[in-house]
Design a protein around this ligand. Structure first.
Ligand code: NAG
Ligand code: NAG
Ligand code: NAG
Ligand code: NAG
Length: 563
């Protein structure tokens, strides 16, 4: 009976609530500059800012931000913002800052020397105000256009000598390499930091991309990273100083918590990590996905993720072949998305780029990892982009305590969350922004917070249901398998099942997949992550409001609900 009353009221109130929520969630640009507070990046008001960036390449031979021959700069910047990215990691080669004859070439001259006539006519047509700017002015114009769209920028020193990155022996990998003179590097960082001092949307500098190669060593890492960080801070104290690890930015294990980087300033230090499928070769395609996901996360914890105990860790490159045809990438992405939601780290997608003027000798090369298509006019794969978008908003962090901590039940393969649309409909996947507050109790019950409803297994192949007698084994959910992303229960007649999703996004229970070593098997429909969140919630507000309207004393409700 109470159930029925609640439901009618909630329908009656739903439009009012929708209005309230849309008013309160209108996002506005962060109060810059940014700084750090333990593992969080925060703005001037102390509120968390989650970097949800796209990498935009400007370090190849032409030293022009890619895409300007295909679409107007303003349109690209506006597109970035409309796709929900709040930031761009904009790459640059050191020579742009240290080699004045190069930096003062015009865009036209730079394409001319490379024989890129089509790029000249393309920029002439789409961006006539850029074509005769110098390379450094064109770079500034891109930063400024992004700023005009409230998009923050991280200046990423990607290489020294313009060109595709990163070979083990390409002379750009570590301090002392042919193109990596530490003094020149400090000089370039200093100049770039000074050039953008006072440019509000430049919020950070990545000091050097993917350190690597035969010369890499921990001693020099500390020595030069510290010098680089101090130099940047001295010329521009507003920017976050972002440090890459060794071995292509996958190894930060030498930074154990007792051996920090000694800096003269605080509140600006961020570490960055790169994590792709191919970081682990072809392990994803050839192994059992539960096992590989568990093992890879174990390695990451040891190599880098432990840093989140104290510092922000910016996953500044990750991405997949957006055609969806690379099995290694597809499997990796399901695991990545679970970790990214769970840890709620800052990230930058590789890449925005739809195609390059010239990459590795190929003119007009298509970028299958790119969010935009070859002509930069459309999104390459909108369903995939939806999954990245699901990770853009923070789940938690300083200043975001809109509700008490609770869980959302995140489904990495879709980027959606388990929702209760109404009591009469089965549980479904839907946007995480509409998720209810769930509770995962010590008794392993998945209950709707502040109610007496819990998720129950009914039968193999049938929808899971919300029940109110939560003492039985069909209301207990173990987190199992090597991926720790299966939620397993037993039906009342004793069948072992896992939470799953059918083709209509209805939450069902079915036989658990891929627990044995089967390498051909794909468990991703059964992968869920219980993610801690303090985001404001439609349903929680509805319940709060209803409780007051129905005059249900919350305390009484809570004691009634404690299992
Ligand atoms: C940082 O400074 C502390 C105290 O001066 C010192 O013990 C530590 O070895 C230094 N760490 C590095 C990495 O230089
Ligand atoms: C988008 O990616 C998915 C896999 O995530 C794939 O199935 C689909 O075919 C891709 N679509 C396009 C247009 O490439
Ligand atoms: C399901 O049943 C098995 C076998 O009795 C038991 O080991 C397991 O703990 C049960 N699972 C849950 C979640 O209670
Ligand atoms: C999905 O929905 C369609 C249309 O409502 C229905 O015909 C189909 O049987 C449903 N599929 C499953 C797996 O329930």
């Amino acid at each position: 009976m109470v159930v029925g009353r609640r439901r009618r009221s909630s329908i009656a109130l739903s439009s009012l609530l929708t209005l309230l929520i849309s008013l309160s969630s209108t996002s506005s640009a962060a109060a810059l500059p940014l700084s750090t507070s333990s593992r969080w990046i925060v703005d001037e008001t102390g509120q968390r800012v989650k970097l949800a960036c796209a990498n935009w390449v400007s370090h190849l031979e032409s030293v022009v931000a890619e895409g300007l021959s295909r679409q107007p700069l303003g349109a690209i910047s506006a597109r970035i913002a409309s796709l929900g990215f709040n930031c761009v990691r904009l790459t640059w080669p050191l020579f742009l800052a240290t080699n004045d004859p190069l930096a003062s070439l015009t865009v036209r001259q730079s394409f001319q020397r490379l024989g890129l006539a089509d790029s000249i006519s393309g920029v002439q047509a789409n961006n006539p105000e850029i074509i005769d700017l110098s390379l450094i002015e064109a770079y500034q114009a891109v930063v400024s256009s992004l700023g005009g769209n409230d998009v923050m920028v991280i200046l990423d020193n990607h290489v020294t000598k313009p060109g595709w990155c990163c070979g083990y022996n390409d002379g750009n990998g570590f301090f002392g390499d042919q193109y990596f003179d530490p003094d020149l590097w400090i000089d370039g960082l200093t100049r770039m930091a000074a050039l953008f001092n006072g440019v509000g949307n430049v919020v950070g500098m990545s000091l050097r991309n993917e350190l690597r190669g035969p010369r890499q060593n921990v001693k020099d890492w500390y020595k030069y990273m510290r010098r680089g960080a101090e130099a940047v801070h001295a010329s521009n104290p507003d920017v976050l100083v972002i440090l890459s690890g060794l071995s292509y930015d996958k190894d930060l294990s030498f930074l154990n918590l007792d051996r920090p980087v000694n800096l003269s300033f605080s509140g600006k230090l961020v570490f960055e990590l790169h994590w792709y499928a191919f970081t682990d070769g072809s392990a994803w395609a050839s192994g059992n996905p539960n096992r590989v996901c568990g093992q890879v996360i174990g390695n990451l914890n040891r190599l880098s993720l432990f840093l989140l105990q104290r510092w922000p860790l910016f996953v500044s490159e990750f991405g997949v072949d957006q055609r969806g045809t690379n099995a290694n990438d597809n499997r990796y992405l399901n695991c990545f998305a679970g970790v990214a939601a769970d840890l709620d780290f800052d990230w930058a997608l590789w890449t925005l780029v739809g195609s390059y003027y010239l990459r590795e000798g190929v003119v007009g090369r298509n970028e299958y990892y790119g969010a935009l298509d070859w002509n930069w006019g459309e999104v390459r794969n909108s369903s995939l982009l939806q999954r990245f978008r699901a990770l853009q908003a923070p789940f938690k962090g300083p200043g975001l305590s809109e509700t008490a901590p609770h869980k959302v039940i995140f489904h990495p393969a879709t980027g959606l969350c388990v929702l209760r649309k109404s009591l009469l409909e089965p549980l479904k996947l839907g946007p995480c922004t509409e998720s209810e507050a769930w509770n995962y109790t010590p008794q392993k019950i998945l209950s709707l917070k502040a109610t007496y409803f819990c998720i129950q297994a009914v039968e193999v192949g049938k929808p899971a249901k919300l029940g109110i007698t939560c003492a039985g084994s069909n209301s207990r959910w173990d987190i199992v398998s090597e991926s720790k992303m299966h939620l397993s229960s037993n039906t009342s007649n004793g069948a072992s099942v896992c939470l799953d999703v059918d083709s209509n996004n209805t939450i069902v229970t079915s036989s658990c997949k891929c627990f044995s070593g089967d390498n051909a098997c794909d468990p991703s429909s059964q992968w869920f992550k219980l993610v801690e969140s303090t985001r404001s919630l439609t349903a929680t507000r509805a319940f709060n409001l209803l409780d007051s309207i129905l005059d249900l004393p919350r305390k009484g409700l809570v004691s009634f609900l404690s299992f």
